[in-house]
Design a protein around this ligand. Sequence first.
Ligand code: ZN
Length: 185
Amino acid sequence: MILPIFAYGQPVLKKKASDINSEYPDLTKLLDDMWETMYFAHGVGIAAPQVGLSIRLFIIDSIQIMDDDKKEEGIKKVFINAQVIEETGDLWPYEEGCLSIPDIRGDVERPQKVRIQYYDENFKKHDEIYEGINARVIQHEYDHIEGVLFVEKLKPLKKKLIQRRLGDIKSGKVKADYKLKFARI
Ligand code: ZN
């Protein structure tokens, strides 16, 4: 089932999300719905707060954005109760976008590598290091479960330039080819 995506301005996007355990009701169904929603909206990742749930869960398929000769470097994974242990390496700019903030893109600087501990969909624990594009997508989605949005990490001038468009999104004045759920003001 395709779920509506919570748009910029929705309080759930600004909340630090909570851990879940293996008893979480209908987790398999939720994951199926999140994959379906992400692919339908042409996303590379989606986090639970973006479908209105303040839980520490996000999914990523970076295989889609890898060059043809580098597909095997991409990842398709579920991250539950993730904790970033360490971010290392030089900061590098990369243009990010977000399904909750349609039509806005901008360069965000983040460290090259990330070490992350998380559980997969079978509640098996992992401790891994990612770099490059994979790290970037993980860092963006991880921010979602911490209640942080990429637009908060843009340079001050760029932030100023998008202020009005953010206001429009907040009040529902934006179109996307997937269903958005706006905050009622
Ligand atoms: Zn996002």
